[in-house]
Design a protein around this ligand. Structure first.
Ligand code: URA
Length: 434
């Protein structure tokens, strides 16, 4: 088998066999196939696409390129949740304790933020001492004992994807649907849960700007997961404006804690309940959507989800006092209000612009290893559809540096569009695929 022949074959629109895909994936992971040949193949895939069979073969080959987490020691149906990424997406911080409080084992792999999107691990590190560097044994023990653990993605998990993703990132070959689907699913399959619930975002702050592309990506991922023997569900949700009001690590943790106290913003809670329902159904904790939602609501009313977050934070080395006293969380020195100048309605808030404002403030990473300031970010006071008057605050910029605060302020102003009529309100959930 020769890589040269595979590039020619794909260039002419023919499908590669399972053996060919395994050969090139393994060869690339071992360093036997050079970057220039792999780049040529990735570009040919961007133009010619891949069949369902090819996509599944690539996913399984990347899954098998490293370690597979063995969660068989955990009792019950283990559930993982994954978001394709967005701005203000603190869903996992609310959802995981709610679902765990129902007795569903939540065995979650999370990542750090990159660029304008945030990551769950960075947010959790707002709790002093918190660590996601658990051994596999600790991870399984914690899930067995209290139904919840979150681990960082290890380098041993789907290493072929890690190398290929880095190559795609610099060769303009990221945005191909089958490549994205196989990349995400290879990691999720290697992480070992029995059921996977996907939050596929669509809109200005998402990878998939168009709804039809988000549906297509969700469908591919659900099909891959099912073919690999997993229970699957994908919820397609709005990311046209930031989710909730808070963007920035510490601000988002505070909002998540508010949500667990029953004070969550409506859009965030709509997404949380949609995903939580799928997780509870997959874990067979309820027979109907209504019953699942009722159970989830009780975890908020009875504060069992809040207590679960505290228990989880403490079990992973963090200070649980912060869960009950969120005012202790890191706070920025400068607060600058963004004042509205015209009467009307908020027509939209460009999520990506708000994410970039947070990045400018130091709340996100420009490169993989750059340090971040947990205390900075943007708090939105108005969301799409709300009436606004001149002189009212649209948002507050939280900063530790005046120059950066001014730059971020400009981005926030740009992000808001004010219009004379109220926009049509749409549901946060665009669809659910199983
Ligand atoms: N996230 C991934 O993990 N892989 C992709 O290809 C795109 C987004």
């Amino acid at each position: 088998m020769r890589m040269y022949d595979m590039i020619r074959k794909k260039k002419s629109g023919k499908a590669l066999t399972g053996e060919e895909i395994r050969f090139m994936t393994e060869g690339y992971a071992k360093g036997e196939i050079p970057d220039y040949q792999m780049s040529a193949l990735m570009m040919a895939i961007c133009f010619q696409g891949m069949t369902k069979e090819e996509t599944l073969s690539l996913t399984l080959a990347m899954r098998d390129s490293g370690e597979m987490l063995d969660l068989s020691g955990i009792q019950g149906i283990k559930v993982d949740k994954h978001s394709t990424g967005g701005v203000g997406d603190k869903t996992s911080l609310v959802l995981a304790p709610m679902v765990a409080a129902l007795g569903v084992p939540v065995a979650k792999m999370s990542g750090r933020g990159l660029g304008h999107t945030g990551g769950t691990i960075d947010k959790l590190e707002c709790f002093p001492g918190f660590s996601t560097e658990l051994t596999k044994e600790q991870f399984c023990q914690n899930v067995n004992r209290m139904k919840m653990a979150i681990m960082g993605q290890t380098a041993q998990l789907a290493p072929a994807d890690k190398k290929l993703y880095a190559l795609r990132d610099v060769t303009a070959t990221v945005d191909q649907l089958s490549l994205i689907a196989s990349s995400i699913m290879s990691k999720k399959l290697a992480a070992g849960a029995d059921a996977i619930v996907l939050d596929v975002k669509t809109g200005s702050g998402a990878f998939m700007k168009e709804e039809k592309d988000a549906f297509a990506l969700a469908k591919e991922m659900v099909e891959i997961g099912k073919s690999a023997g997993k229970k699957m569900a994908a919820v397609i949700t709005d990311m046209d404006q930031p989710l909730g009001n808070a963007v920035g690590n510490s601000l988002e943790v505070k909002e998540a804690i508010l949500a667990l106290n029953g004070l969550g913003p409506q859009d965030l809670m709509e997404v949380v309940y949609a995903l939580g329902t799928e997780m509870a159904l997959a874990a067979e904790k309820a027979d109907t959507r209504e019953a699942a939602e009722e159970l989830l609501k009780q975890t908020i009313q009875e504060k069992t989800a809040l207590d679960k977050l505290a228990e989880f934070v403490e079990a992973q080395g963090g200070d649980k006092r912060y869960v009950y006293q969120p005012e202790l969380l890191p706070a920025a020195a400068i607060q600058m209000q963004v004042i509205n100048t015209e009467a009307g309605y908020v027509g939209g808030i460009q999520a990506e612009e708000i994410g970039l404002a947070s990045l400018i403030l130091g709340g996100g990473r420009m490169t993989k290893d750059s340090p971040i300031d947990l205390s900075v970010g943007v708090l939105l006071h108005k969301k799409r559809g709300q009436a606004v008057q001149p002189g009212e605050a649209l948002a507050t910029v939280y900063a530790n540096d005046m120059e950066r605060a001014k730059e971020a302020y400009g981005k926030v102003v740009q992000a808001f569009s004010i219009q004379p009529q109220a926009p049509k309100q749409a549901s946060m959930v665009k669809g659910i695929l199983r």
